[in-house]
Design a protein around this ligand. Structure first.
Ligand SMILES: O=c1ccn([C@@H]2O[C@H](COP(=O)(O)OP(=O)(O)O[C@H]3O[C@H](CO)[C@@H](O)[C@H](O)[C@H]3O)[C@@H](O)[C@H]2O)c(=O)[nH]1
Length: 309
């Protein structure tokens, strides 16, 4: 939102969370409180403005939870997105930036993963997003909807007052930083027998600021009729780190010991997810600047300490 405002856009946020309302007021964006299942309200909102495009971020995102309650992922992530798409069609809005995920790939045959790799999610979260990608392909083919599907790898880090917190927390970096702050006793390592260099899962951590840049570039490309009407891009740095390496980096950054507990694998976790992101670099000029793990964790640590002090 901040980058959009800084680059001269006006922004309307449609969200059911009141914290968005507060940040919208602070940031001079318009805020509409509503639910993605409410087609009428989305249509009214779209009719009330003149929009270059829609960016759709809202979703349940915890891969682990999706293996316990898959139905809420298909309802919330897939069905509600279809409602949004219907509202967009009804109001003639045909540009969408969609938050997709590396979880669409499942267990990759080789890494870095390219966008045309096989798509076989190992968790219901990835499937709920992949189903949207399938729907978008038909919306493009039949209705001429222009879209960019950004397959996020592991987004982390903080930027100018915005950081990572989930309720309940399940993501690795905020959990590790909770341990560093003394808010949790230890960090659980889910699985030590993966086929990786130290037996723990490898992920590609991408800074939230670089992710935001990718969104701006995607929106710009959607408004350029010379660009393809259907774009699918990986958003990752191309470098993977094991869970143990992330913990080690957090020890370096925070100066804290950070106790670990070795636990069983978490169902649905692929061993390695590392992005090949040449396509978005070549086609949109994306150039991530903040990919170093220590920089990501340093920004997250600064934010985390302020939030909980
Ligand atoms: O207490 C924990 C939490 C996580 N992990 C591991 O750390 C890695 C990262 O886990 P997490 O931070 O939960 O992220 P992912 O499950 O990799 O999923 C994230 O990354 C995906 C893309 O890769 C996004 O699409 C998802 O929305 C986002 O939740 C995984 O190997 C987990 O098994 C642990 O070992 N202990």
């Amino acid at each position: 939102m901040r980058l959009l405002l800084a680059s001269g856009h006006s922004v309307t946020i449609f969200d059911n969370l009141s914290h968005s309302k507060r940040s919208a007021v602070a940031e001079a964006a318009t805020f509409v409180e509503g639910d993605l299942a409410d087609r009428d309200l989305i249509q009214t909102t779209l009719r009330n403005g003149s929009f270059d495009g829609v960016m759709h971020f809202a979703a349940l995102i915890e891969a682990g939870e999706s293996m316990v309650k898959p139905e809420i992922f298909f309802r919330n992530n897939t069905a509600s997105t279809l409602t949004l798409l219907e509202a967009m069609l009804a109001t003639g809005q045909k540009r969408l930036v969609f938050s997709s995920t590396a979880a669409c790939y499942g267990e990759p045959e080789k890494t870095p993963i390219l966008e045309d790799a096989k798509l076989e999610p190992t968790n219901a979260y990835g499937e709920s997003k992949l189903l949207v990608e399938h729907i978008l392909r038909w919306m493009n083919k039949i209705h001429g909807m222009r879209y960019a599907s950004l397959r996020y790898f592991n987004v982390a880090g903080a930027i100018e007052g915005y950081g990572e917190a989930h309720e309940p927390e399940s993501h690795i970096i905020p959990l590790i930083l909770d341990v560093a702050l003394g808010r949790r006793k230890n960090i659980k390592i889910f699985g030590q027998d993966y086929p990786t260099k130290d037996g723990t899962c490898v992920r590609d951590y991408v800074h939230i600021r670089d992710l935001a840049d990718a969104h701006l570039l995607a929106l710009k490309a959607l408004t350029d009729e010379a660009k393809p009407s259907r774009m699918i891009y990986n958003i990752g740095t191309g470098t993977g780190f094991t869970v143990r390496e992330v913990i080690e980096a957090a020890r370096r950054v925070t100066g804290k010991a950070i106790e670990v507990e070795e636990c069983d694998r978490r169902p649905g976790d692929p061993a390695v997810l590392v992005a090949g992101s040449d396509r978005i670099r070549a086609e949109l000029g994306w150039n991530p600047q903040h990919g170093a793990l220590d920089e990501i964790i340093t920004s997250a640590w600064e934010w985390h300490q302020k939030r909980y002090s």
